[in-house]
Design a protein around this ligand. Structure first.
Ligand code: 4AD
Ligand code: MG
Length: 461
């Protein structure tokens, strides 16, 4: 018999259906002459209750079932007299597919801490929390593609191995086939020309520069892929490997980009609330009441807009003492960002026009020559979720900015060429996918919204 997903059984099954359910045992509880087995197959948060009577041929097996065993069960779907569940399965046969030694299986019925679960990354997707994260993550990815595809944006795949440093002097992971072990042991010498690509390359920190190439041919494009940063920031908001969504839009200025970012965030938040109601109710219940109402509030209200200069002014007038000083010209720290969006404004805010000195070389210089047409979208609890800008489309200004940043203009010959041949105003942003998930689900630590976190000193699984 074909396997039914528990999700589909609960949504569209009819009493009397003969069904086959396969999954993992959450718990088993015995009563006088029956057993209740809670089975989950990951298709939904809800476990399916299976009732096995002791008259079954396979009842001997039922008494062996412990948490974590995998099973295949056939039976009929019946209305459940129990509270909180619509249907249950009256078992006709129970087959044990894989045993799980109850002495050593680490996931027992009690609630485990998220820290403990990180050490068992190979088993944690079987928990309610990580299962819910996986489903919301998948839905969020789908919503992102839908938003851009519906608007006619082309999905382009930018390279993971690249010779460019999109963010300028960023912290990058070098990619090499040079014999590092031998070099470390003092044997041989490193000749860059003998390296695989004949030059120094690294894992990409952003697909933006390559996305610009496509935007300047196809107008509206986006990338969505993994990016890598070797910054040694062991915080609850940083990963060494994270996913980024980067739309790049030709014939667009900073205002147009800010509008796009607001529409985009509202769409994907709304999509997740609509399509993951059960998982979102779970986060609301166990990870902070107000998770859903906060998201709904954001979807329903307009984002605030502030220039960086206005933001500095607000922070200085707030009377609060911050760990990092607030002064025009230094970057906003997470504590400043959170204060703005949580305390001062109580809603997302798009901060624009940052000092040129603290932003990347490609951002368009404003007429004041002190600020650039940059924008960050800040949200409560997370701070910066999006970073973007209008791009410098004027060849001479870009050349100057590259020089001032201490970068080698020859290496960016193709990026400059795009300004030589048919340049147009264009703009784009990057959304941190994991930070977005953190925000949507209310998880405190970014390590819990990615399947296999990569952080300093940690790359198990
Ligand atoms: O602000 P960032 O560095 O912007 C760029 O990389 C641009 N090239 C994007 C563009 O204009 N196309 O990064 C964009 C977003 C941040 O706002 C943040 O949400 C996320 O990426 N991010 C990280 N997420 C997790 N771990 C890290 N180490 C992150 N660094 C940035
Ligand atoms: Mg940024």
């Amino acid at each position: 018999m074909k396997r039914s997903k528990i999700r589909d059984l609960l949504a569209t099954g009819t009493p009397g259906d003969e069904v086959c359910v396969q999954g993992w045992v959450k718990t088993r509880r015995d009563s006088k002459n029956l057993s209740f087995i809670q089975v989950n197959d990951g298709s939904t948060l809800s476990d399916l209750q299976v009732v096995a009577e002791d008259t079954l041929d396979s009842y001997g097996i039922v008494s062996l079932l412990t948490t974590g065993c995998s099973v295949s069960i056939t039976g009929s779907l019946v209305e459940s007299p129990g509270k909180g569940q619509r249907y249950e399965v009256q078992a006709q046969s129970v087959e044990l597919l894989g045993d799980a030694d109850s002495e050593t299986y680490p996931l027992q019925k009690k609630r485990h801490t998220l820290e403990f679960l990180r050490d068992i990354g190979h088993l944690r997707p079987r928990t309610n929390t990580l299962g819910a994260i996986a489903r919301v993550r998948s839905t969020l990815a789908y919503a992102i593609h839908r938003f851009f595809q519906d608007k006619g944006f082309l999905y382009v795949q930018t390279p993971i191995i690249t010779a460019s440093d999109a963010e300028g002097a960023g912290s990058m992971f070098r990619v090499t086939t040079l014999p590092l072990d031998e070099l470390a042991a003092g044997k041989g010498s490193a000749d860059l020309e003998e390296d695989f690509f004949g030059r120094a390359v690294n894992l990409t920190v952003s697909g933006q520069l390559e996305a610009e190439i496509y935007a300047l041919a196809l107008s509206d494009v986006y990338t969505f892929g993994p990016t890598f940063r070797a910054e040694n920031s062991n915080t609850s908001r940083h990963l060494a490997e994270f996913w980024m969504v980067e739309p790049e839009v030709a014939f667009c200025d900073l205002d147009g980009l800010a509008e796009l970012s607001e529409e985009f965030l509202k769409y994907i938040f709304g999509y997740v609330m609509e399509n993951c109601p059960e998982d979102m109710a779970f986060f609301d219940r166990f990870y902070g009441e107000g998770t859903i109402s906060t998201l709904q509030g954001i979807v329903d209200s307009r984002f605030e807009r502030l220039t960086y200069t206005e933001a500095i002014d607000l922070l200085q007038k707030s009377g609060r003492s911050f760990e990092f000083p607030v002064e025009w010209g230094s970057d906003l720290q997470s504590e400043h960002e959170r204060h703005l969006t949580e305390v001062e404004l109580g809603r997302p805010v798009i901060v624009t026009d940052y000092p040129a000195g603290i932003k990347a070389f490609y951002m368009r210089l404003n007429d004041d020559e002190r600020t650039v047409a940059a924008m960050d979208v800040l949200v409560p609890r997370i701070g910066e979720i999006i970073g973007g800008s209008q791009r410098e489309e004027r060849l001479d200004v870009l050349q100057r900015r590259i020089g001032e940043s201490g970068m080698d203009p020859h290496r960016y010959w193709w990026y400059l060429d795009l300004r030589r041949y048919g340049t147009v105003p264009h703009a784009g942003f990057g959304l941190g996918f994991e930070r977005t998930l953190q925000f949507v689900t209310n998880m405190q630590n970014i390590r819990d919204v990615v399947a296999f976190p990569r952080t300093p000193g940690s790359a198990e699984f």
